[in-house]
Design a protein around this ligand. Sequence first.
Ligand code: TUI
Length: 311
Amino acid sequence: MKTRLTEILGTEYPMIQGGMAWVADAYLAAAVSNGGALGLIAAGSMNGELLRKEIQLCRTLTDKPFGVNIMLMNPCAEELAKVVIEEKVRVVTTGAGSPGKFVPAWKEAGIRVIPVVASTGLARRMESLGVDAVVAEGCEAGGHIGELTTMVLVPQVVDAVSIPVIAAGGIGDGRGIAAASMLGASGVQIGTRFLLAEECTIHQNYKDLVIKTRDIDSRVTGRSGGHPVRCIKNPLVLELLELEKKGSTFEEMEAITVGSLRKAVKDGNVKEGSFMAGQIAGLVSKIQPAKDIISEMFTEYEALMREGGSI
Ligand code: TUI
């Protein structure tokens, strides 16, 4: 496939892998890039030095383009923003905030900048700064989310800007890609399905939990504090929801959430970990090489586009 977006990404397919903090390391990013989509190293949990090592490792695992995701709530964001310039990373995506202050330097360095947005307002502001595309991420997604669903967010962002829009949140197979395409998206970002990539290095308990997860098994915590996060329901999540109901302080909630993503990804701690995943986890149940995930999804999509829909 050759589209405006594949030209920006330097990929065979108009797909990027989600920048999942603690999850998306050089091994996953390289496997996705080798499979023809854009792999991303998530710098969410890293400092500058760690990110630099991960970028250099990724270059030994693939000669295809890959990108870096910078989670803007990371206290090291400033340092990470410099490392992607020094390491000449092709694409930078951002999440959980506005990357406005970093965009001019990244553009100056020739980086393709693709912020994740959850509203038309931020999409417009980003376009006016000269970014190359935006990811419109609906609240079906895992992790830190906005308020709008993919179904309503994508077409509104598509109408609000003239740069390519990548749909994210709730996409797990070729039907999701076809739906995104009908909403006007130029590509898709996939997170949850790549949790089950063979090359994804998360604890086996995390993978087993995703396989077991049904449509109704995720919950959003942190709405009261203004930082909603979607995770698979487990004892930690239920306790957080109880604390929120009681009107507990940020500090009380923070005390049990600090380090919980690491506990999920590295230790497979099913009681105390934050197992971030999107609502599409109910549909995601097969462990496969990343390249098979990508080719299977696009084969399904192409068949659907030939056959037409079912309405
Ligand atoms: O960033 C994400 N998802 C993430 S980041 C993350 S790391 C984390 N770790 C522990 C606790 C909490 C988070 C896990 N998942 N997705 C991209 C995304 N960005 N979704 C929504 C947004 C967003 C929301 C509001 C972007 C900008 C925004 O407003 C900024 C503004 O100024 O309008």
